[in-house]
Design a protein around this ligand. Structure first.
Ligand code: SF4
Length: 65
């Protein structure tokens, strides 16, 4: 799995951090989300999918292996 955030779409609400704070963070420079760590475990992969499902802007992209 590879997770990315489309910064052209992200609005910086931080919902993704609330779901998966080890995977996403807000960039202090632009106030938008970025991926700190690619998911390594099944639990982390599920959290990434939950964050994607809860992102109000549909800004999170997930490429499955
Ligand atoms: S929930 Fe979506 S729009 Fe909000 S900060 Fe995270 S990626 Fe950006």
């Amino acid at each position: 799995m590879r997770v990315t955030v489309d910064k052209n779409v992200c609005q910086g609400h931080g919902v993704c951090l609330m779901v998966a704070d080890r995977i996403f963070d807000i960039d202090d420079a632009d106030g938008l989300a970025w991926v700190v760590m690619q998911p390594q475990t099944d639990a982390e992969r599920n959290l990434a999918r939950q964050a994607q499902g809860n992102c109000p802007e549909r800004a999170i992209r997930i490429e499955e292996d």
